[in-house]
Design a protein around this ligand. Structure first.
Ligand code: SF4
Length: 449
């Protein structure tokens, strides 16, 4: 945990930003921030730079007057405008720092709005409290996922579907691959949130105000009747949507890490085989074999390389586990989110590493320079440390503003792991090629000489 009383260049983003990633994964859902306009402008740009897609986030546009007298009138006007202007199927309302600080009662305002505005009665409005001064974007994501199932899940007729809850931020490509895996296993499933299209739309010349795709509302309602839930990305999380469905509706829940690397992917595959009751298709066994081949190929380059991995806690834990599997030597393991579970798990996986939670990049940079790190893996936000200390940086995860392809970056599953092996090895090789020959460390002598 950081010793500093102020974050300098934080390793986490605003809490409501995480909620947008969930609301945009629901079919026809429009996010609305109850707060000042600057919050939604900043986060729209932040998401648009990462996904390279237009991202609309409405705002209740609180001003000085609302800060003194309360923002209920602004929120009602904002809801009315969003429903008339966008025609959404649902609205997700996230609070920002200002609304939280003045203590607006958002749930009561929504109840009043629904009584006053008959137009809004058929449209679910999902409120979530996201005070950014208290928590990070990761916690905003978890809170929005829980708020969504809390607001929508309804018990009716039992189904044999499997709920796959994506408990942590992953790319649209990762979600597409999770869906493909479930289809290949002939599983009937409900995947929530589904950002595979909404943040990575095919170019058709048509630009709908609310993008197509996302988990249908009917499926989220039906999640209360499923035979089981699996949450991927639930290592360091507080109890969330899966636990809620288990406690409220008796849907058995399995919490798993993000399937990054060999063992964590094996865990998901084994659990799917158990829950679905069918074996993994042969093509995935072949992917696993190809991953093993890639690991063997790159072993002589990656073994013992001193690494730093940072970013979203679930992604960091997955990559850390994989680095240990590859024989690498993680020295700095960091996340901007405050999480005791993260610190415990990361410490068990890499006892020799400095494990940091709730830290900023000044803390991370200090540890990296003290530990002779040879490769950094994490979001683009670590680029200044990498440049200042002349360390190769492999950009993974969220956010990535200075390279293309974030939506298509595949980290999960056997194929994602094989891509990660190649990318880490190539980052090291490219860096070595840039160093003049006389500055390079001498190659180790072959054995027996
Ligand atoms: S920190 Fe708070 S006030 Fe600033 S952009 Fe984020 S939500 Fe808005």
């Amino acid at each position: 945990m950081s010793q500093s009383r102020a974050a300098v260049n934080p390793c986490a983003m605003c809490m409501p930003l995480g909620s947008v990633l969930v609301f945009r994964g629901i079919e026809g859902c429009m996010p609305l921030f109850h707060g000042s306009q600057g919050c939604s402008t900043y986060m729209r740009l932040y998401l648009a730079h990462h996904f390279r897609e237009p991202v609309d986030i409405a705002s209740s546009a609180l001003s000085e007057k609302a800060a003194v007298y309360g923002g209920a009138a602004n929120l009602k006007t904002g809801l009315k405008n969003v429903i008339r202007g966008y025609g959404p199927r649902a609205v997700g309302v996230s609070t920002t720092c200002l609304a939280e600080t003045i203590g607006d009662d958002v749930e009561r305002t929504i109840r009043e709005f629904l009584q006053e505005e008959p137009d809004g009665r058929d449209i679910p409005i999902i409120p979530v409290s996201t005070p950014s001064y208290a928590h990070s974007h990761e916690e905003g994501y978890s809170a929005a996922l829980l708020a969504t199932v809390r607001a929508l899940a309804q018990p009716s007729k039992q189904s044999c579907k499997l709920n796959l809850l994506v408990g942590s931020i992953v790319s649209p490509s990762d979600v597409r691959n999770l869906k493909r895996l479930l289809r290949d296993m002939s599983a009937e499933f409900i995947l929530l949130p589904d950002i595979s299209q909404t943040f990575d739309l095919p170019l058709t010349g048509d630009l709908p105000r609310v993008p197509a795709g996302g988990t249908p509302l009917e499926e989220i309602r039906d999640s209360a009747n499923s035979r089981a839930s699996i949450t991927v990305g639930a290592c360091a999380r507080l109890p969330g949507a899966g636990e809620y469905l288990e406690e409220e509706f008796g849907v058995p829940h399995h919490a798993l890490p993000l399937p990054i690397g060999l063992q964590f992917t094996d865990m998901l595959m084994a659990r799917l085989e158990e829950v679905v009751g069918l074996p993994l298709p042969e093509s995935y066994e072949q992917d696993r074999g190809r991953l093993l081949d890639a690991i063997v190929d790159a072993h002589k380059l990656l073994a013992h390389v001193k690494t730093a991995v940072y970013g979203d806690s679930e992604m960091v834990l997955g990559i850390l586990k994989f680095m240990v599997e590859l024989g690498m030597s993680p020295r700095v393991v960091a996340t901007g989110t405050r999480s005791r579970a993260f610190a415990t798990l990361a410490g068990e996986m890499a006892p020799q590493a400095a494990v940091l939670d709730a830290v900023d990049f000044s803390d991370i940079g200090r540890e990296i320079s003290a530990r002779d790190v040879e490769l950094m893996v994490g979001p683009f936000t670590g680029r200044q440390i990498a440049a200042a200390q002349n360390i190769p940086l492999l950009r993974v995860g969220f956010p990535n503003h200075d390279r293309f392809g974030a939506s298509r970056q595949l980290l999960l599953g056997y194929q994602g792991a094989a891509g990660l092996v190649d990318a880490m090895a190539n980052a090291l090789l490219e860096h070595r090629e840039r160093i003049p020959v006389k500055q390079q460390a001498p190659a180790p002598s072959p054995p027996g000489r």
